[in-house]
Design a protein around this ligand. Structure first.
Ligand code: PMP
Length: 452
């Protein structure tokens, strides 16, 4: 019996294994076709291999592209001072910490980064996590218990949703950025239940800013704790780039702030900031803090330097906002819909899924790197090209982006898509459709050459 099991887990095709009436867990992988269908169309936009990064430009397939799909808002990922600090940390502590903070992997740099972040955010304490994803997962799964309720904006990031799922609490989604919807949900909960409101400060797809004053007011009426994910707000909003909470001057009202180093601070890793007694609890209970290796020295050293630069040069944010305003205005005057964005994240409505893939491919061929977001990341038939801007983009680069979007938009009939004309029937190509021949139809309908 044991021998048989060993055989089944190796190379047998799913159909053979399942023919015995058993479920093969690989069956779904063997029948997964969506990605291949997009590849066959020659418009697969993901996992593009970057051969070199030069600030705002990257080299792919030997050609230079303007990067408008990165979260490197302040350009600090390429700042020589940050790179030197990362190298210095690696020289001092080695290439990795080879263990968890809890045991052998706690270096002075981690502590210094926590202290400086706490000071910057004006919170009592900070706990670093190896990614922002882990920070959300760790905090939510650890702090929320059975009988508790998590009030979760419907557009919150996937790491928040996964954290909610991992906790024993009940997750209660509410309509995006609606304090009224939040109130209706809270009003139905038992007084005695522990409650947490969790929101993105800046929403990662739509680029809009949470209505923190209204949300906080409602949450407080119901004795609900407040947690804000500042991933896209750090280095972008607030007088010194401290994030949404400081932008609204509401630091005293928000219990916990989460952030990531993978965007404005140009590296990777995440953190949760709040009262010392809560952070200390997480330090000793959050499994994805305790049972994973700590941030590599180069990462901690680079992030610390990036933070110090942001603190001493908040004017770094000025060109970011100048570029942001230019792109908001530019896209709108070309006739594109950019939703409710208020930040450097600018989602360009395209409409059907296939057009979004085609559009991204054409952009790429014209030297612009940006990726589409399609259903289920956005509503079906309302696919977007998610663009985001940096302080370091030049006028010339941004003008080129606008000119290219405008021209392709007209050529590809974007403004006639039902997403623009307001029709109810969506003409999106359903990539989950089992019809192979549709690929050819899509190619010819969009005039795309099948050899692409
Ligand atoms: N929260 C939000 C709102 C995000 O956009 C992201 C990353 N896209 C994360 C958390 C996770 O951060 P990280 O990349 O550091 O894992």
């Amino acid at each position: 019996m044991e021998e048989q099991m060993v055989e089944n887990t190796s190379t047998q095709a799913p159909t053979q294994a399942s023919s015995a009436g058993r479920k093969d867990i690989f069956e779904k992988c063997a029948s997964y076709e969506e990605a291949n269908r997009v590849r066959q169309l020659g418009v697969y936009p993901y996992f593009r291999s970057i051969e070199e990064t030069r600030g705002n430009e990257v080299v792919c397939d030997g050609k230079t592209k303007v990067m408008i799909g990165s979260n490197n808002y302040l350009g600090l990922a390429q700042d020589p001072r940050v790179i030197e600090a990362a190298c210095e940390a690696a020289r001092k502590y080695g290439s990795g910490c080879t263990g968890s903070r809890f045991l052998n992997g706690n270096i002075r740099l981690h502590e210094q980064l926590e202290e400086e972040l706490a000071n910057f955010l004006q919170k009592e304490a900070v706990l670093l996590f190896s990614t922002g994803f882990f920070a959300n997962q760790g905090a939510l799964a650890t702090l929320l218990e059975e009988g508790d309720a998590i009030l979760c904006d419907r557009e919150n990031h996937a790491s928040i949703l996964d954290g909610c799922r991992q906790s024993a609490a009940k997750t209660i989604p509410f309509a995006h950025n609606s304090a009224d919807a939040l109130r209706r949900r809270l009003a139905r909960l038992p007084e005695t239940a522990g409650k947490l409101l969790i929101v993105d400060g800046v929403f990662s797809m739509s680029g809009d800013i949470v209505d923190l004053p209204a949300m906080t007011k409602v949450a407080k009426e119901y004795g609900c704790r407040i947690y804000v994910d500042e991933a896209h707000a750090l280095g972008v909003l607030g007088p010194k780039g401290e994030g949404t909470v400081h932008h609204f001057g509401m630091n005293q009202d928000v219990d916990l702030v989460m952030g990531t180093f993978s965007k404005s601070l140009g590296s990777m890793g995440g953190f949760v900031a709040g009262p010392e007694y809560v952070i200390d609890y997480l330090r000793h209970k959050a499994r994805c803090f305790m049972f994973t290796a700590s941030l590599a020295p180069a990462v901690a050293g680079g992030v610390l330097k990036a933070l110090q630069i942001l603190r001493s040069e908040p004017e770094l944010m000025e060109p970011l906002w100048k570029n942001t305003r230019k792109m908001h205005e530019g896209f709108k005057s070309l006739g594109f819909k950019i939703g409710t964005t208020q930040t450097p994240i600018v989602p360009i409505l395209i409409g059907s899924e296939v057009k979004a893939f085609m559009f991204a491919q054409k952009l790429y061929e014209e030297g612009i790197f940006a990726t589409p977001a399609v259903f289920p990341a956005v509503r079906y038939g309302e696919a977007i090209i998610r663009t985001s801007y940096m302080a370091t983009h030049t006028e010339q680069e941004l003008d080129y982006v606008l000119e290219t979007f405008g021209r392709l938009g007209r050529e590809m009939g974007i403004f006639d898509d039902e997403a623009y004309t307001g029709g109810t029937k969506r003409n999106g190509y359903d990539f989950s459709s089992p019809k192979q021949q549709d690929a050819e139809a899509v190619r010819s309908a969009t005039g795309e050459n099948s050899s692409n």
